[in-house]
Design a protein. Structure first.
Length: 368
């Protein structure tokens, strides 16, 4: 954890656009600082950028109604500008100003899952600039449950555009140190709220075109949504990415979450997977390469060579979600050339975990 400005390399002064800025760190691990929230809100109102914790991952926030602020988010992340930003709100009534209409399905989902890790895509109002929506006529909206996030949103004017607070393509940040690794000197402020609860980005559901459709899986899964809405479809681009069908969410067409090392998933019956990973590790080591292995608490003892690390327990799937992005970042620090990972088809959020892992691996999967 950051102890002070010297240890973290983060200085307590706001920089100006166009020059290397010095980033404020505000430590709220022990509780919300009203002064820190007020300062963060002022930065947002003035068009600056603030990274903050949510229950999913850390977000990089800017004023969602300010096209220049959205442009700064894209620039800080190195993110393609056709990749829409999610608008975060703190109160239900705020949604009415940024959408052209609120369908009944949105009300039902909000009653069931907001505040929480669910993003709804709706038709936007004229109030939301195209710079925030990636040029689309729709807007993605979410109400986070994290109290720091909601306090900051209110202080910043009520509408905060916030993708994950990392360099585009890198593993998403689950703690403030991850944000600083990527964005120190590029943004105005980082609020440290400790490690996030879930560790995967929100579920995205499109409510604008026919049947409700999941564009990105997350903690709230298809079965949970179906119980509220009835039929809920899965975007074909998620089901069969090799089919050439492009996902509807523009952000899903870019490589995400990737470690520096080559990541390969080994999928199949448990014993065969372990045998294959051990074989591949031996082969890579014989070629002089440094190899990483991602297993679980239950399988760790089966791997004898390489840098073997547990992602969590299959008996507690949330631990796998919580550790995924952090583990990929840890391997980045270890000069690993190639990583072999087990697959994690767990009951509730296995689909979301595998969605992120497959994208991190660039769809490199060995089936045994």
């Amino acid at each position: 954890m950051f102890q002070n400005a010297e240890q973290s390399g983060i200085l307590y002064r706001i920089g100006k656009a166009g020059i290397e800025m010095q980033t404020i760190l505000e430590d709220m691990r022990s509780g919300i600082s009203e002064e820190g929230i007020r300062l963060g809100g002022e930065i947002l109102k003035q068009g600056g950028l603030v990274a903050f914790p949510t229950e999913t991952v850390y977000g990089l926030g800017g004023n969602a109604l300010d096209a220049e602020a959205s442009a700064k988010i894209y620039a800080a992340k190195g993110r393609p500008s056709d990749n829409p930003l999610i608008v975060h709100i703190a109160d239900w009534e705020a949604i009415r100003a940024i959408v052209s209409e609120v369908p009944e399905a949105a009300k039902r989902l909000a009653d069931a899952f907001w505040p929480g890790p669910l993003t709804m895509i709706l038709n936007k109002s004229d109030l939301v600039p195209y710079a925030t929506t990636g040029g689309l006529e729709t807007v993605a909206v979410r109400m986070p449950v994290n109290p720091i996030a909601r306090a900051l949103i209110r202080a910043g004017g009520g509408y905060v555009a916030a993708p994950s607070a990392n360099t585009s393509g890198r593993p998403s940040p689950t703690k403030a140190e991850h944000v600083a690794e990527d964005l120190n000197g590029k943004i105005d402020m980082i609020i440290d709220g400790g490690t996030v609860d879930i560790g995967l980005e929100s579920t995205i559901v499109d409510l604008t075109d026919g049947a409700p459709t999941i564009l990105r899986p997350g903690y709230i899964n298809q079965e949970m949504l179906t119980k509220v809405l009835g039929e809920v479809e899965m975007d074909r681009g998620l089901i069969a990415p090799e089919s050439g069908v492009h996902p509807k969410a523009p952000g899903m067409k870019y490589r995400h979450y990737a470690p520096k090392a080559d990541l390969i998933i080994v999928e199949g019956e448990a014993e065969k997977v372990r045998r294959k990973i051990n074989e591949l590790v031996q082969q890579q080591i014989s070629e002089g390469k440094k190899v990483g292995v991602i297993g679980t608490d239950e399988s760790l003892s089966y791997y004898k060579d390489g840098d073997v690390r547990s992602i969590g327990s299959r008996k507690d799937e949330i631990t796998i979600a919580q550790h995924l992005f952090g583990l990929l970042r840890e391997f980045d620090e270890s000069d690993i050339s190639v990583i072999y990972s087990e697959a994690f088809e767990t009951p509730q959020i296995g689909q979301a975990i595998m969605n992120r892992l497959i994208k991190a691996a660039g769809h490199q999967i060995i089936r045994v």
